[in-house]
Write a protein that binds this ligand. Structure first.
Ligand SMILES: Cc1cc2nc3c(=O)[nH]c(=O)nc-3n(C[C@H](O)[C@H](O)[C@H](O)COP(=O)(O)O)c2cc1C
Length: 199
């Protein structure tokens, strides 16, 4: 059982990173192999909107040879994808959105019938972890709905767990919230339990 975690904050060692580590600790305690990828350490060029060439065939992006192809390979080989991100101006952070835009080459669509002929990420299980500062639940709702739209509707993944921690601003603030970190650990265990059942 392979769990691939995406750390999607520019702050290494920040709240998203710590939360993801706890989740991955829980996954390992449940017997999974884990790997963490720091989105901000990847070279990700922006989608140039020439989309016809990557949508109508099953080839990778023809424009760029950056880190996306090897990360897509890892995603396909994993049983569970975990995204951990801060809320940035009410949405997931920009580099993660750039990452999702560039993942559109994982789908192949017949543009006459609009039938999806291939979707490498379909059925993949996913977990979303979010951190943010303001204690207004709206700040997590919108970015979560963005995740639901992208992961669930567009890539047809199955979101099997979500968790949000509000009230954290400085890197490491989340260490004062041991209950939340314990919940992340427990979610790592239970998500892997669900995976085991569905295998
Ligand atoms: C550019 C920027 C925009 C932010 N926008 C929001 C926001 O809309 N709502 C919120 O609650 N917190 C917002 N925050 C606060 C972060 O979500 C918070 O500091 C979080 O703990 C950072 O996580 P990290 O340590 O993983 O980087 C923002 C922070 C930055 C730097």
């Amino acid at each position: 059982m392979k769990v691939l975690g995406f750390m999607a904050s520019p702050r290494k060692g920040g709240n998203s990173d710590i939360l993801l580590d706890r989740f991955l600790d829980g996954s390992r305690a449940a017997g999974a192999q884990t790997e963490k990828i720091n989105i901000y350490e990847l070279t990700i060029q922006y989608c140039q909107g020439c989309y016809l060439s990557c949508w109508v065939n099953d080839k990778a992006c023809p424009q760029w040879q950056d880190d996306m192809d090897r990360v897509h390979e890892k995603m396909i080989q994993s049983d569970l994808l975990v995204f951990s991100s801060p809320v940035y101006v009410g949405t997931p952070p920009a580099k993660l959105l750039a990452f999702f835009e560039r993942s559109i080459d994982q789908k192949m669509v017949n543009l006459q019938s609009l039938k999806v002929e291939k979707n490498n990420l379909s059925g993949k299980k996913a977990v979303v972890l979010q951190v943010n500062f303001f204690n207004d639940s709206a700040y997590q709702k919108l970015p979560l709905s963005v995740y639901e739209r992208i992961l669930g509707e567009i890539f047809k993944m199955e979101i099997i767990g979500t968790m949000g921690v509000a009230g954290v601003r400085e890197p490491g603030d989340i260490l004062k919230k041991e209950e939340a970190l314990q919940s992340a650990f427990n979610l790592g265990i239970s998500a892997c339990g669900l995976l085991n059942k569905s295998r």
